[in-house]
Design a protein around this ligand. Structure first.
Ligand SMILES: Nc1ncnc2c1ncn2[C@@H]1O[C@H](COP(=O)(O)OP(=O)(O)OP(=O)(O)O)[C@@H](O)[C@H]1O
Ligand SMILES: [Mg+2]
Length: 264
């Protein structure tokens, strides 16, 4: 049996929709369940690294995935303040990866190969993607079993989701089939017409992919990120944490179902 970690990419080609918050929330919950979890920050803005207060070392965090020495990235992994939760931080130089390595053959699979070389060290890997399509996002998509696309419940976000769907179709074609895709409604505020109409649109247009769990607008999530604490461990963010808990259950159930279908 493969000892490859289950890998989920958190991706949407739209900024500020809750990707990093979702990555930290799911990673925090998995670690709480005792799963050895690696978070990978693929965003040059390094928001997840800042959230969990981890800084890259001399080899440049996840940038080292693209370095000549294939193993050096492992020296960049940082233990977070949370038991079972480790993080490969990002650096701003990741923004130059497209320019430096975009045309080098094989650069789209560096993360996938790195995870294959790990043995059974982690049970889970969660990759936080930047909001733009480039080598870092392609690496995440090529390495994952599942793509989770947080989508803010407002109309501008639907366009980002359409781009994401087109990217997945294209990448899936070149990889010979991708991963399951989960759309997650985020920053939902039932008091606003825009939010409720947008959720309805998601239900109609993405029925097959939309998670039942809806992440509510909860300003306490900002406080949690400021304190460097995952949502479940921030007492004020109970509502959002419960929604993330439900989301994790859904994702794990989908994973179990895929495994049993694969085994059948
Ligand atoms: N459900 C929510 N309710 C209220 N605020 C939220 C929620 N989810 C995220 N936020 C806040 O919204 C901001 C953007 O969230 P986050 O950084 O997770 O988005 P992102 O998609 O990763 O953004 P980027 O594309 O810039 O990386 C942050 O300040 C975060 O604390
Ligand atoms: Mg982010």
């Amino acid at each position: 049996m493969s000892n490859l970690p289950h890998t989920w990419a958190i991706a949407n080609q739209k900024g500020g929709v809750g990707k990093t918050t979702t990555a930290v929330a799911l990673g925090g919950l998995l670690a709480r369940q005792g799963e050895r979890t690696l978070l990978v920050d693929m965003d040059p803005h390094a928001s997840m690294s800042a959230y969990l207060q981890c800084e890259a070392g001399p080899a440049g965090g996840s940038w080292a995935l693209f370095a000549k020495d294939r193993q050096v990235w492992q020296t960049e992994v940082c233990q977070t303040a949370i038991e079972h939760l480790e993080l490969l931080p990002a650096v701003s130089a990741l923004a130059t990866v497209d320019r430096q390595f975009g045309s080098v053959p094989g650069m789209g699979r560096r993360l996938a190969e790195a995870l294959q070389s790990l043995g059974g060290r982690y049970q889970r890997v969660i990759v936080d993607c930047p909001p733009t399509l480039g080598v870092p996002m392609v690496n995440a998509l090529a390495a994952c079993e599942r793509v989770v696309s947080p989508t803010q419940t407002e109309f501008m976000a639907l366009r980002g989701l359409q781009h994401m769907q087109a990217t997945l179709a294209k990448i899936s074609h070149s990889l010979g089939g991708i991963s399951a895709w989960h759309v997650v409604a985020t920053l939902y505020d039932p008091r606003t017409h825009a939010s409720t109409v947008c959720l309805q649109t998601l239900r109609e247009q993405y029925a097959e992919h939309l998670a039942n769990s809806v992440i509510p607008m909860d300003t306490q999530l900002r406080e949690a990120s400021h304190a460097g604490v995952p949502p479940h461990a921030w007492p004020g963010a109970r509502r959002a944490a419960r929604a993330y808990d439900n989301l994790l259950d859904e994702l794990l159930a989908a994973e179990t179902q895929s495994q049993s279908e694969g085994a059948a």
